[in-house]
Design a protein around this ligand. Structure first.
Ligand code: PMP
Length: 426
C-alpha cells in the first residue's frame, strides 16, 4: 500500500535532490480547490500548483475540451501541420492584451521559454542586446532567465556563467524604504555605469513580483517605465507568468496601471493545468524574427490550446475576474484582522486574489522571520491546508487559491492560517 514516507524514500533514491519539494506529500486525487493524498488525507489547496489553477483542479469545462481534442488529434507540431485552436487562441489573446495597436501571439510550453522568446524578439526588433530586470524578480530556470532572475540562492548557485548584458534595477518596496524614485534612479545609474540606454533592448518586470514576495509595482512606476522606454527606444516587457490569466482581478495585471507594454509573457493558469505559455505583443515587434526563428516541437500543443480556450470561456461565463477581486478582499480582510493580534505580520499586500503576508521578528519589518514562515506552512499542512512561501528572505506566505473555490472553503483555509499562527505564537 502506498504511503507518503515510502514514496519519499523512493523519490530520494531515484530523483536528484535539486528538484525540491515543499511538502512531503504524494497526491492521489484533486478536485477544484481540494486534494487528497495517497493516505486518504484531505487538504485545502492554497497553492494551486504555483498559480496554475485559477480555474481549479480538473475544471469540468477544461476536462471536456481536452477530451474532445483527444478524439481528434493530439500532436502534429504547429510548424509542420497547423490547427485552428492555436489560431483562435492567438486571436482571443490579441484582443485581450492592452494597447490600441495591432498584436500577435506566439505560443510555447513553459514560462521560462516565453521569457526567453520575449527577449529574443526584443533583440531582433531593436538590434540591441541589453536587458534590465529587477532585484527580487523571477523569470525561470534556463540560463538566460536565470541571468534575469534577481535572487541567487537557490536558483543560480553553481550554474554560472550566465548570458551577458543583463542588469538589475531596484524593485520598489514601501515597507523597506525603496521608493519609485529610487527605482528610476537605479535605472539611470545602470545607464551611467553599465550600459548606454541606446544599447538596451528591453526592460522587463513582473507587475507583481511572484517568487520575490508578492511585491506590487506601483502604477506610477509602470507609467515612469513606459515614458523612459519610449524616450530611449527600449521595449517594455511585462512578465505576467504568475500575475496573468485573471489572478489579480484583470486578465493582465498591467491593465490596472493604464499602460500598454510592448510585449507580455504568460503561462501557468492560462490553460488550467496543461503546459502552454505565450508571448503577446505589438505585431511589428513580434514579426521581427525571420521565418523559422521561433517555435518548438510541443509549442502550442493542441491539447493545451483546447484547454486554454475553455479557460477563457470559464472566465467569461462565471465572471471570474470579479470573483478574483472579491476573493482578494476576503483574504486581505481576514489576514489584516489576524495582523491586529500578531505583530509578526509586518504587512498584508497584493493585487486582486494574489495576496501575501510578510512575517518579521520582534515586530520589526526589517528582521525577516523565515523560521516562523516555514513553521507556519508546516503547521497549516498538519491542519489540512497547503500553503506556499516566497520572498527574497523566505519570509512571505502567499495565497494562490483557485478562483473557483467557494467562500466556505476559503474561510476554512483562512481559519487554519489563523489557528496555526495562534498556536506558534500564543
Ligand atoms: N516568470 C514568472 C513571473 C514566474 O513566476 C515563473 C514561474 N514561477 C516563471 C517565469 C517561469 O515559469 P516556468 O516555471 O513555467 O518556466
Amino acid at each position: 500500500h502506498l504511503n507518503n514516507a515510502s514514496l519519499m524514500a523512493r523519490r530520494e533514491a531515484a530523483i536528484p535532490r535539486g528538484v525540491g519539494q515543499s511538502h512531503h506529500i504524494f497526491i492521489s486525487r484533486a478536485e477544484n480547490a481540494e486534494v487528497w493524498d495517497v493516505e486518504g488525507c484531505r487538504y485545502i489547496d492554497f497553492a494551486g500548483g504555483i498559480a496554475v489553477l485559477n480555474t481549479g483542479h480538473r475544471n469540468a469545462a477544461v476536462m471536456e475540451a481536452v477530451k474532445s481534442q483527444l478524439d481528434c488529434y493530439t500532436h502534429t507540431c504547429f510548424q509542420v501541420l497547423a490547427y485552428e485552436p492555436y489560431v483562435e487562441l492567438a486571436e482571443r489573446i490579441n484582443a485581450k492584451a492592452p494597447g490600441n495597436f495591432a498584436k500577435k501571439t506566439l505560443f510555447l510550453t513553459t514560462g521560462a521559454e516565453a521569457v526567453e522568446n520575449a527577449i529574443k524578439i526584443a533583440r531582433a526588433h531593436t538590434g540591441r542586446s541589453g536587458v534590465i530586470a529587477f532585484s527580487g524578480g523571477y523569470h525561470g530556470r534556463t540560463l538566460l532567465t536565470l541571468a534575469m532572475t534577481g535572487k541567487v540562492a537557490p536558483y543560480k548557485l553553481g550554474f554560472g556563467p550566465f548570458p551577458a548584458e543583463v542588469f538589475h534595477a531596484r524593485f520598489p518596496s514601501a515597507l523597506h524604504g525603496v521608493s519609485v524614485d529610487d527605482t528610476i534612479a537605479s535605472i539611470e545609474q545602470i545607464f551611467k555605469n553599465d550600459i548606454d540606454a541606446s544599447r538596451v533592448a528591453a526592460i522587463i518586470l513582473e507587475p507583481v513580483q511572484g517568487e520575490g514576495g508578492f511585491n506590487v509595482a506601483p502604477p506610477e512606476l509602470m507609467r515612469h517605465l513606459r515614458t523612459l522606454c519610449d524616450q530611449h527606444g527600449i521595449l517594455l516587457i511585462c512578465d505576467e507568468v504568475q500575475t496573468g490569466a485573471g489572478r489579480t482581478g484583470t486578465w493582465f495585471a498591467c491593465e490596472q496601471s493604464g499602460i500598454a507594454p510592448d510585449l507580455i509573457t504568460m503561462a501557468k493558469s492560462m490553460a488550467g493545468g496543461f503546459p502552454i505559455s505565450a508571448v503577446v505583443g505589438r505585431a511589428e515587434v513580434m514579426d521581427a524574427p525571420g521565418a523559422g526563428g521561433l517555435g518548438g516541437t510541443y509549442a502550442g500543443s493542441p491539447l493545451a490550446c483546447a484547454a486554454a480556450l475553455a479557460v477563457l470561456d470559464e472566465f467569461e461565463k462565471h465572471d471570474l475576474l470579479q470573483r478574483s477581486r472579491d476573493i482578494g478582499q476576503r483574504i486581505t480582510t481576514s489576514l489584516r484582522n489576524l495582523a491586529k493580534r500578531h505583530s509578526s505580520i509586518a504587512e498584508v499586500r497584493g493585487l486582486g486574489a494574489m495576496v501575501a503576508m510578510e512575517l518579521c521578528k520582534n515586530g520589526d519589518p526589517h528582521q525577516p522571520d523565515a523560521e516562523l514562515t516555514k513553521a507556519l506552512a508546516a503547521e497549516a499542512t498538519k491542519r489540512g491546508l497547503i500553503l506556499l512561501t516566497c520572498g527574497t528572505y523566505g519570509n512571505v506566505v502567499r495565497i494562490l487559491v483557485p478562483l473557483t473555490a467557494d467562500d466556505a472553503l476559503i474561510d476554512e483555509g483562512l481559519a487554519i492560517i489563523a489557528a496555526s499562527l495562534d498556536t506558534l505564537q500564543p
